[in-house]
Design a protein around this ligand. Structure first.
Ligand code: AMP
Ligand code: ZN
Length: 478
């Protein structure tokens, strides 16, 4: 089976086929252009946001596993309504303020083992492209200037050209009042209206403004993504991703602006394939800043969880299913990973030095079948844990050779290029725990077994188990 993905545009699962099959990299791999709307850098991201970014990382990694070369673009929204408000409240200069939160975002992305996107365009560096795109829309009569020096996108004019507004969501145009305008970057379906491309400078913007043919001002959020994605990936590209809340108005407006500018070759869309990740919920409600029901990556690290546990949890449910976040879920992730680590540890020990000719087919085959089915990670993880059970059985029965162990390990390593779960690094054992374990070794050497047992009990009370192996003591979480 070939890779099948759900496309929000057609509301169906379709085979994934790149739009430009002859576009290949130096190694002969087909190149896929993929754009994921990145963070608005005005605060710490919460793990709901990161569910979407980990999902984008999964898509990119699986396409690479399938042999494609992925140009993975993630923009940084560094000028937008919420940012301007925060800059005003904190009194810090725009670039200083957004650089701080961009840095924090990239650190969190790395804590969750996401591969760095190949391009990270920042909106403020694309003002020239944004203005040029708005000029095209104005020249085509689809955008118009208002008396205050703002520029709006005319939905009526766009539709009048035979274009379709409402490709990603169904809209009720009967309720729409022609020419009504919405200035906010975020609005809901009920307020379908002409939206702002360029917002004229107002006193509250402080010194956040740029010159333009319509006067000083700043871009709207939607036009930023159209300009950046088309500049980096070209006027037509393969994949566009984001959380489900972005389908309307953000992505619908991106289509309207990009296709309205008429820059695509005849018959080509702006984007072939749209993918939307479902929300991370907390007690049935979307995790969000406004509801205050959120955890940042750093909150969870401070509670003693690790980036790999958070990543595992975020990757445990299929991307189109909403998923309820709980701390108990993270404890479950810890237990599941411990089971996997234990099995991998035993395989590594047995395989020591043996070379795998090729990864074992069984695991890679079941994994590929699951992932080809619209990235069905639940079924892919079920394959992994069935495999763990089988390896444990063979190991316990002494029915595994060193070469077999190496082949099975190679299979895990192959599929883990997609899951991206980092190894159980010994560095995750805190220094004070390592020091205690070392003092236990010293006590044993001195034949002070009572002290050694007391240290073992102390380690256990701190959440660590010591296992004495042929290669020395090993520490595991209880
Ligand atoms: P923002 O920084 O608010 O622009 O959001 C960045 C990304 O996070 C967007 O793709 C949103 O759709 C996504 N997002 C926001 N809240 C959630 C959530 N609770 N679950 C999953 N994704 C979310
Ligand atoms: Zn966007």
């Amino acid at each position: 089976m070939a890779l099948q993905l759900y496309n929000t545009l057609t509301r169906s699962i379709v085979p994934f086929e790149p739009m430009f099959p002859d576009n290949r990299d130096a190694a002969g791999r087909q190149v896929v252009g993929m754009y994921c709307c990145g963070p608005t850098v005005y605060d710490y991201g919460h793990i709901g946001n990161f569910r979407t970014f980990v999902f984008a990382d999964l898509v990119r990694r699986y396409l690479e596993f399938r042999g494609y070369a992925v140009k993975h673009v993630m923009n940084i929204t560094d000028v937008e309504d919420k940012i301007i408000r925060k800059v005003r409240e904190t009194g810090s200069p725009l670039l200083e303020f957004t650089a701080k939160y961009t840095g924090i975002f990239l650190e969190d992305l790395s804590t969750l083992s996401c591969l760095p996107p190949t391009d990270l365009p920042r909106a403020t560096q694309f003002i020239g492209e944004i203005v040029a795109l708005i000029e095209k829309l104005v020249a085509r009569g689809i955008a118009y200037k208002t008396s205050d020096g703002s520029v709006y996108f005319s939905i009526e004019k766009y539709r009048g050209c035979g274009c379709n507004y409402g490709q990603l969501v169904n809209l009720n145009f009967d309720a729409m009042r022609v020419g009504e305008r919405v200035a906010n970057d975020e609005y809901d379906k009920e307020s379908v209206a002409d939206f702002a491309l360029w917002k004229a400078r107002v006193p509250e913007d402080g010194d956040v403004f740029w010159p333009s043919p319509w006067g000083e001002g700043r871009p709207g959020w939607h036009i930023e993504c159209s300009a950046m994605s088309m500049k980096v990936l070209g006027p037509s590209f393969d994949l566009h991703l984001g959380g489900e809340d972005l389908a309307f108005p953000h992505h619908e407006d991106e289509i309207a602006q990009s296709e309205g500018a008429g820059v695509q070759s005849p018959g080509r869309p702006f984007v072939k394939h749209w993918m939307h990740g479902a929300h991370l919920l907390v007690e049935g409600k979307k995790m969000s800043k406004s509801l205050g029901n959120f955890f940042t990556v750093r909150d969870l690290i401070a509670k003693g969880y690790t980036g790999r546990e958070i990543r595992f949890l975020l990757l445990s449910a299929a991307y189109r299913e909403t998923f309820n976040f709980t701390l108990a879920g993270l404890d479950g992730a810890r237990t599941a990973l411990a089971r996997l680590d234990e099995c991998l540890g035993k395989l590594t020990e047995l395989a020591a030095g043996a070379q795998a000719t090729a990864p074992a087919d069984g695991l890679v085959g079941r994994f590929t079948e699951a992932m080809d089915d619209d990235l069905n990670v639940s079924s892919a993880w079920a394959a992994v844990f069935d495999w763990v059970r089988e390896q444990n059985r063979l190991l316990a029965a002494g029915q595994m050779t060193t070469v077999q162990a190496a082949i099975e390990l190679a299979a895990w390593n192959r599929i883990n290029t997609v899951f991206g779960i980092p190894g159980a690094a010994t560095s995750e054992v805190p220094a004070d725990i390592t020091a205690l374990a070392e003092s236990r070794v010293a006590a044993k050497k001195a034949k002070d077994f009572a002290r050694a047992d007391a240290i073992r009990a102390e380690l256990k009370s701190l959440g660590w188990l010591v296992e004495d192996t042929a290669k020395g003591p090993k520490l595991k979480r209880v």
